[in-house]
Design a binder for this molecule. Sequence first.
Ligand SMILES: Nc1ncnc2c1ncn2[C@@H]1O[C@H](COP(=O)(O)OP(=O)(O)OP(=O)(O)O)[C@@H](O)[C@H]1O
Length: 219
Amino acid sequence: MAPRLVAESLYRFFRTGEEETFALQGVGLQVAPGEIVAVTGPSGSGKTTLLSCLAGLDEPDGGMVYIAGKRLSHQQEHLRSRLRARYIGVLFQSGNLLEHLTVADNIRLVQRLSAGPDHRGAKDLLEQMGITERAGALPRQLSGGEAARAGLAVALANRPAVVLADEPTGEVDGDTERRILALLRERAAAGTSMVVVTHSRAVAAVADRVLRLRDGRWV
Ligand SMILES: Nc1ncnc2c1ncn2[C@@H]1O[C@H](COP(=O)(O)OP(=O)(O)OP(=O)(O)O)[C@@H](O)[C@H]1O
């Protein structure tokens, strides 16, 4: 099966004053439809930078990202945004909820921006995450665990072909972690490709592959 997500030899450098950081040094990756890839590695090894490049939120200095056979990197911003809305669900530690919208409206917005809105799906997602009663809450009114679950519901709301998630179970209890993992497995079984940055053994255990970064390289 043709890979859904392809990264070819990604390089990313940052310069702050005199100092140069080599965040990614030739990282390649191919993720098949329905495959879950877990990415681990120490702090500063390049995990978030890799996810940002895969999502088209950051541009690699070298290399290329393709999503569903379409070139995502080195495109104009509006083209990257369109590809992201259509194919990618992102969940970053900084959060993906708009502060002035309720949880339900955050989900509806993502669905409206993507090709095929599915309002029934919003209700199901909230139910699966166990936060139906929080649908009308604003993000700042949510606990850490509720915010993590609402963020994942938003990331999955457009039924994306590819999910990119940074520590999706970072702040949640064991029961919520199990719910999140069940939902990720269900989506993967339905064909969604996933790259999940995690330090959790439970998340790594549901992955098809576990890859480790150090100093911007696979080890
Ligand atoms: N915008 C930036 N400007 C300068 N340096 C940056 C920037 N973003 C990342 N870096 C540096 O690039 C390297 C990789 O950072 P990155 O956030 O990708 O690591 P990480 O593996 O996600 O770390 P953590 O587990 O702590 O979140 C680090 O040395 C970091 O300081």
